[in-house]
Design a protein around this ligand. Structure first.
Ligand SMILES: O=C(O)c1cc(=O)[nH]c(=O)n1[C@@H]1O[C@H](COP(=O)(O)O)[C@@H](O)[C@H]1O
Length: 224
C-alpha cells in the first residue's frame, strides 16, 4: 500500500521547501502545496517541487462562480496535479464545472468544513447544527456534483466513508499524540484517521516544524 502521508509545504522560502522535501522524501507519499506556497511561488514553484518526483496536491480551495473556477482549473492543467481542492460551499454547478474542466488524471475534492472550525464558529457563519451534519450535507452535494471526494476532519471521515464507499477522502487537522494543536480544532491522530477511512493524511507543522523532520515523518509513518 502506498504511503498516504502528504506533507503540507507551508513554508515561505522555496529553497527551504525544496530542502524539506528532500529530507522527508522517503517517508511521505506526496506534497501538498497550498495558498501560502502558491501565492509566493506560483506555477514556477509548483514545477520546481514537482521535479522532486512526488505527486503534487494543489490545495487552492477554489471558490468563485462556475465560469471562473473552470478557467482556473484549465489554467493549472499544465502543472498536472494529482489532487486539487475547491470549496463545497461554491455549490453544485461550480463543482460540476470544476470537475469537467480538470485534467483526466486530477482528482477534484471539495473542502467541507475547515478543521480549524468548531460548531460555535459554524454558527457564527449563520449555519446552526453539528459539524457532522454540515460535513455529511456537503459530502452529499460533492458526490451529486460528480467530484472524486471531499476534505473533512478525522472526526467525520468514518461516517462519510460509510455513505460514500468509493470516495476519496483527504483528512488534515492531524496531530500525533502529544503534539501542539495550534489553530486546528477538530483533531485526531494520523492512525485514527487512517483507520476511519482516510485516503490521504495531510500533515504540516508536526513534520515541518520538528527539529528533525525526517525522523518526525518516519515516526508518524511507523504508527500507521
Ligand atoms: O484543504 C486542506 O488541505 C485543509 C483543509 C482543512 O479543513 N484544514 C486544513 O488544515 N487544511 C490544510 O492542511 C494543512 C494542515 O497543516 P498543519 O495544521 O500544519 O498540519 C494546512 O496546509 C491547511 O491549509
Amino acid at each position: 500500500m502506498s504511503n498516504p502521508i502528504y506533507l503540507a509545504l507551508d513554508v515561505p522560502q522555496l529553497n527551504d521547501g525544496i530542502d524539506l522535501v528532500n529530507k522527508v522524501k522517503g517517508h511521505v507519499g506526496g506534497i501538498k502545496l497550498g495558498l501560502e506556497f502558491f501565492c509566493a511561488h506560483g506555477a514556477h514553484g509548483v514545477h520546481m517541487i514537482g521535479q522532486l518526483g512526488l505527486p503534487i496536491f494543489l490545495d487552492l480551495k477554489l471558490h468563485d462562480i462556475p465560469n471562473t473556477v473552470a478557467g482556473a482549473m484549465q489554467a493549472i492543467h499544465v502543472l498536472e496535479p494529482a489532487i486539487v481542492t475547491v470549496h463545497a460551499g461554491g455549490g453544485r454547478a461550480m463543482m460540476e464545472d470544476a470537475k469537467a474542466a480538470a485534467g483526466e488524471n486530477t482528482r477534484v475534492v471539495a473542502v467541507t468544513m475547515l478543521t480549524s472550525m468548531d460548531e460555535r464558529d459554524l454558527a457564527r457563519t449563520g449555519i446552526e447544527g453539528s459539524a457532522h451534519d454540515q460535513v455529511m450535507r456537503l459530502a452529499q452535494l460533492a458526490n451529486d456534483a460528480g467530484l472524486d471526494g471531499i476534505v473533512c476532519s478525522g472526526q467525520e471521515v468514518k461516517a462519510v466513508h460509510d455513505q460514500w464507499r468509493d470516495g476519496f477522502f483527504v483528512v488534515p487537522g492531524l496531530r500525533p499524540a502529544g503534539s501542539a494543536v495550534g489553530d486546528q480544532k477538530r483533531v485526531v491522530t494520523p492512525r485514527q484517521a487512517r483507520d476511519h477511512g482516510a485516503s490521504v493524511l495531510v500533515i504540516g507543522r508536526p513534520i515541518s516544524r520538528a527539529d528533525d523532520p525526517a525522523r518526525a515523518a518516519r515516526d508518524i509513518e511507523a504508527t500507521l
